[in-house]
Design a binder for this molecule. Structure first.
Ligand code: NAP
Length: 310
């Protein structure tokens, strides 16, 4: 049995790994479908302290992983499908039926992009024009017109990133003001390549004869009018869904599926030795640095709990 298992290799999981590894706990870090977490799909990270010029998201996560491994953290690919979380043993079953057991567990499974559920979205997913990651797919749309949907920092960031390649970016937002931070919103509004369609929602992604994205049908929520916006790429940036399904029934989840910490602590749960960290349990701050902070708190809590229960 492991002393401690950490689920997730985003900012929260890897920071917990650095701390528990430096406490000589030799953590086993299980990584799921998105190694390195959401920052690996972001471009420049400008708000992580210590990087005055900004740092590429993938590079930041690579450095965190190396830092954790330097102190003895071990990583393995494993998608956890179910969990039995007792005060003594925490038992995790992965997709291939492997069972991992640990005395302590830190859940840092993050969140994944939310989608719209409109016609055409699934059909044109991936190589046919619909994407949730401008960093991954933006370069395919050089000199083409694209649409981004959303009004938060992600949508702003995706739109700005896409202006590096695309001839025009139409940002479709369902309200008449952006939710994004002021600095990001100002950059969007000042960028001549970006046109914002306010009070509008996409209703359908339309295909050309070859099944590739050719336009998005958009409806103005105030006037009810609909129209088509020509685009080869359609980028969805409307928030995230926490990766918490294996823990339903074991730990409390809120109405949006986020893990709910116990009492005043941000990282403790009702089960002794089980802690949460990062975006799977935080729908308020959701920043790389706050996820890292929660990973640190969870690691210190776990380390103390293990020492006390020895
Ligand atoms: P978010 O802040 O939750 O924004 C989601 C946006 O999508 C909102 O504008 C929302 O509209 C819109 N939306 C949600 N559901 C929709 C639907 N079904 N149809 C149409 N529009 C819909 O999510 P986020 O932008 O991914 O950001 C998440 C967190 O990460 C935030 O805390 C953000 O600050 C942070 N972040 C920071 C950076 C950075 O600083 N560089 C970059 C990315 C993300 P409403 O406004 O009407 O609710």
């Amino acid at each position: 049995m492991e002393d401690i298992i950490i689920l997730g290799t985003g900012c929260a999981g890897l920071t917990a790994a650095v701390y528990t590894a430096r406490a000589n706990l030799s953590p086993l870090v299980l990584e799921g479908g998105q190694p390195g977490g959401q920052l690996t799909t972001t471009s420049e990270v400008e708000n992580f302290p210590g990087w005055p010029e900004g740092i590429d998201g993938f590079e930041l996560m690579d450095k965190m992983r190396k830092q954790a491994e330097r102190f003895g953290a071990r990583t393995a690919f494993a998608e956890v499908e179910s969990a039995e979380l007792g005060a003594g043993v925490k038992r995790l079953t992965t997709g291939d039926g492997t069972v991992h057991e640990a005395r302590a567990l830190i859940i840092a499974t993050g969140a994944r992009p939310r989608t719209l559920g409109i016609p055409g979205e699934k059909e044109m997913w991936g190589g046919k024009g619909v994407s949730t990651c401008a960093t991954c797919d933006g370069a395919f749309y050089r000199d083409m017109e694209v649409v981004v949907v959303g009004g938060g920092d992600s949508a702003a960031e995706e739109s700005l990133f896409l202006t590096r390649f695309c001839s025009k970016v139409t940002l479709v937002h369902r309200r008449d003001e952006l939710r994004a931070s002021k600095i990001m919103a100002d950059r969007v509004l000042a960028n001549k390549k970006i046109e914002v369609l306010w009070d509008s929602v996409p209703e359908e992604v339309l295909a050309d004869d070859g099944g590739m994205t050719r336009a998005v049908r958009v409806r103005n929520v105030k006037s009810g009018e609909t129209g088509e916006v020509a685009c080869k790429g359609f980028f969805i940036a409307i928030g995230h869904i926490p990766n918490t399904v294996p823990f339903a029934g074991q730990l409390p989840l809120d109405e949006n599926g986020y893990l709910v910490p116990e009492g005043k602590s941000a990282v403790r749960t009702k089960i002794p030795g089980v802690y949460v960290a990062g975006d799977c349990a935080d729908h308020v701050y959701r920043q790389a640095v706050t996820a890292a902070g929660m990973g640190c708190q969870a690691a210190i809590e776990a380390e103390r709990w293990l020492a006390e229960s020895d």
